[in-house]
Design a binder for this molecule. Sequence first.
Ligand SMILES: NC(=O)c1ccc[n+]([C@@H]2O[C@H](COP(=O)([O-])OP(=O)(O)OC[C@H]3O[C@@H](n4cnc5c(N)ncnc54)[C@H](OP(=O)(O)O)[C@@H]3O)[C@@H](O)[C@H]2O)c1
Length: 256
Amino acid sequence: MKTVLVTGCSSGYGLETARHFLSQGWNVVATMRTPQEDLLPPSDRLRVLPLDVTDAASIDAVLEAAGPIDVLVNNAGIGLFGAFEATPMATTREVFETNTFGVIAMTQAVLAQFRARRSGVIVNVTSSATLAPMPLVAVYTASKTAVEGFTASLAHELEAFGVRVKLVQPGYAPTTSFTSNGQARMQGLIPEAYAPFAQRVFASFGKLQAVTVASDVAQAVWHAANDTSGRLRYPAGADAVALAGAAAVDGQRAPA
Ligand SMILES: NC(=O)c1ccc[n+]([C@@H]2O[C@H](COP(=O)([O-])OP(=O)(O)OC[C@H]3O[C@@H](n4cnc5c(N)ncnc54)[C@H](OP(=O)(O)O)[C@@H]3O)[C@@H](O)[C@H]2O)c1
């Protein structure tokens, strides 16, 4: 029976991904900064362990406690919406600590076991923001685009060892806690000069025809984890799939 470790399982895409792998009969290590045992259905195949991906000691401890794993899903992430001009560098570094360095640190921490066993899959959850530029998310997009480049390079580096590295690119999900979880970080990031523009951008979110739901992401992660082909990118959600198609037509990126 295979084992998956998922980061950021307290809500949203991570919680749904853990639930999906559990329903498919896998052993699941659901990690959270503050473990809550009652979020997922009780099972002797489920372990809920503490993990903060910005803390090296926490990463060492969770991998020690988890034992061998077959798949790592780097899902934990934080959002940031605001004018770049008003974004403190400390906030920019905070976003990168979780979204970029957290992913890189978790990946490095599992590589020795994957390489030695000549198997293993790492699925990095980025964003459809990497497929088409959007205003007022420059720092967030930078943090996720860095993961895209990191993952694409690593996929080549690890192929010879039988280790697969994948990208899941979710679209915008109004139903997860992503926006509310980032509210405090976003205070004061829309100065007066940007307010009318920001209001128009906010209003456009409410009119989106296609969005993503958590089950789209869980299924894309499941597909990526089990796909033995060399495919790298898996857009998740109707909006992300449409953007990936448009990006391919534009010639910005080869089709996934
Ligand atoms: N929702 C969207 O519109 C959207 C679109 C594209 C991509 N994404 C990406 O999808 C992923 C999941 O987002 P979501 O929508 O499910 O958001 P969410 O509901 O806010 O979930 C994010 C998860 O990450 C965890 N987390 C944050 N910082 C962490 C840290 N330092 N260490 C460990 N865990 C940490 C949160 O845990 P706590 O409870 O401890 O804060 C939470 O479990 C993120 O990488 C996000 O960037 C989201």
